[in-house]
Design a protein around this ligand. Structure first.
Ligand code: HPA
Length: 237
């Protein structure tokens, strides 16, 4: 039973799916952290894998960038492949001064300039929030590891390159948003519609207030810490 974007068989995906934006990152995560790995999707090169962590099945599926893309994959995973837990594992740009490159931001809630959730609720506002159980599991694990994880609002933007003269980041800072990224609000809307649990965990790759950006090597290392955090939080040992 394939869907338009996932050419896989029933049972190919585990109930828990990690979703990085980059399909090659999905491959890297599967090959580095999981055992017994099989590739379960390659439509549009949006690679998906299923393997085991501590002996338990886990999948990793690329989401692509932005709300429309993650919504397509999340919808098909939940509706057609029985996925019940999705954790987006990505990067973000910090808005607040006290957040540093490499810190992990956990998206308790997501504001957005995307209209998708308003369309879902026929014009009404939707509270795009993470699943409390997932949030608690990951924050508890972060505390156990003494990891600098920040929990709060993220802003899901449809625009990566802000127009010149834009006041967006100052406004977001004033309202306490921790970071900007491009998928969380879309993922939370889909999860709510189809009754799944979702969470966004993102490593700070850009400090937008100070104009700092991570090197390629640092990206790799801090991303690794975040993947271990999520896997150890969600998968029993
Ligand atoms: N904007 C949006 N998404 C991001 C950014 C950013 O600056 N950095 C990493 N993901």
């Amino acid at each position: 039973m394939s869907t338009p974007h996932l050419q896989a068989e029933p049972g190919d995906f585990a109930e828990t799916v990690l979703m990085p934006g980059d399909p090659l990152r999905a491959k890297f995560i599967a090959e580095t952290y999981l055992t017994d790995v099989t590739q379960v999707n390659e439509v549009r090169n949006m690679l998906g894998f299923t393997g085991r962590y501590n002996g338990h099945p886990v999948s990793v599926q690329g989401s692509g960038m932005g709300v429309p893309s993650i919504q397509i994959y999340a919808t098909e995973l939940i509706k057609d492949f029985g996925v019940t837990r999705i954790v987006r594992v990505g990067s973000c740009g910090a808005i607040q001064d006290e957040i540093d490159l490499g810190d992990v931001v956990i998206g308790l809630a997501a504001g957005t300039d995307s209209t998708v959730n308003r369309r879902r609720l026929e014009g009404r506002d939707f509270p795009a929030v993470a699943d409390y159980g997932l949030l608690r599991a990951v924050t508890d694990e972060a505390q156990r590891r003494d990891m600098a994880a920040r929990v709060g609002s993220v802003f899901t933007s449809d625009i990566f390159y802000e127009p010149e003269g834009s006041n967006t980041f100052a406004l977001l800072e004033r309202y306490g948003f921790l970071a900007v990224e491009m998928e969380a609000a879309g993922l939370y809307g889909v999860a709510a519609e189809y009754g799944a649990a979702a969470l966004t965990v993102a490593t700070v790759s850009d400090q937008l207030k100070r104009g700092e950006h991570m090197s390629a090597e640092d990206r790799q290392t801090s991303f690794d810490d975040m993947i271990r955090l999520v896997l150890d939080a969600l998968i029993p040992s």
